[in-house]
Ligand binder design. Structure first.
Ligand SMILES: Nc1ncnc2c1ncn2[C@@H]1O[C@H](COP(=O)(O)OP(=O)(O)OP(=O)(O)O)[C@@H](O)[C@H]1O
Ligand SMILES: [Mg+2]
Length: 264
């Protein structure tokens, strides 16, 4: 069961009250906003040409929420995720993570923000080939304040029996789960995933989604997953659709499906 909300007719100004999306989400989630974005705009200057990747995004994401971000290629999904994760900065508008103003932050503050609060998972796992699964995760835990043990993080994603395997000795889905263990071992409050199942077959994709769901549920990590696969949307609390740099729809799932119940 789900209900579809229509987009707000006009984009609110930065001082405007919460938009339709945010008000209903607040009621639904009953939680504190982790992120609040207002009028988020991103323009890439490419020589003579300006590419407008985001055209005024107003958005709140709530503590512990599982959000799926859908939209056609080029609609601005990765741009939005990168700005939330402090990998990029908007051209205009504002974005706040709790009391951190990510718009005003300098490079070193953004680096600290990413290190302390954000775990990233990308389509391609970016593991170091000469290090075992456990050593790949240890790279992160060695520089974190209160991390899990690498083996603990790997057990969380079902890889307790693969600690000493090198990436070349792991399947694609296992490599992606090592990447997830690496992202969550520092106990980030936010997990941002850009097409985490994009390179995987259905069955393997489901195992990876189960690992992400478990982290969201057991650790309460606010989770955003970008996907082209609309069926993954059924496991989210909220599904946000982007189209040409704007939010074109927000859907709230009153019941969530577990990954093995998804129909691909
Ligand atoms: N670094 C960049 N320099 C110039 N243009 C960029 C850059 N990054 C993204 N763009 C442009 O901004 C728009 C949005 O890109 P973005 O990567 O956010 O889309 P996306 O929704 O993630 O697409 P996909 O599903 O293909 O990954 C696209 O038109 C893209 O060409
Ligand atoms: Mg993308």
């Amino acid at each position: 069961m789900s209900e579809v909300e229509s987009p707000a007719a006009t984009a609110p100004l930065s001082t405007a009250p919460l938009s339709t999306y945010e008000t209903s989400a607040a009621v639904i989630a009953g939680r504190e906003a982790a992120f609040e974005a207002r009028g988020l705009t991103k323009i890439y200057h490419m020589g003579e040409v300006d590419v407008q990747a985001l055209r005024g995004i107003d958005l709140a994401l709530y503590e512990g929420e599982f959000v799926v971000l859908l939209g056609p290629s080029g609609s601005g999904k990765s741009t939005l995720l990168n700005i939330l994760g402090g990998l990029d900065i908007p051209t205009a508008g504002s974005v706040r993570y709790h009391h951190h103003d990510l718009t005003a932050a300098g490079e070193s503050a953004l680096t600290r923000y990413r290190r302390e609060h954000v775990g990233f998972v990308f389509q391609f796992y970016n593991l170091i080939p000469s290090l075992t699964a456990e050593e790949n995760v240890a790279l992160v835990t060695e520089i974190s304040t209160s991390p899990m043990r690498p083996d603990e993080a790997l057990r969380l994603v079902g890889l307790g029996e693969r600690l000493h395997h090198f990436p070349a000795q792991l399947s694609g889905g296992e490599q992606q789960r090592v990447a997830i263990a690496r992202a969550v071992a520092k106990r980030p409050s936010v997990l941002l995933c850009d097409e985490p199942t994009g390179a995987l077959d259905v069955r393997t994709g489901i195992v990876v989604l189960e690992a992400i769901e478990r982290i969201n549920r057991d650790l309460g990590t606010t989770t955003v997953v970008i996907t082209h696969n609309a069926s993954i949307a059924d496991m989210a609390d909220r599904v946000i659709s982007l189209s040409d740099g704007r939010i074109s729809g927000v859907k709230h799932n009153t019941t969530k499906k577990s990954p093995h119940e998804l129909e691909w």
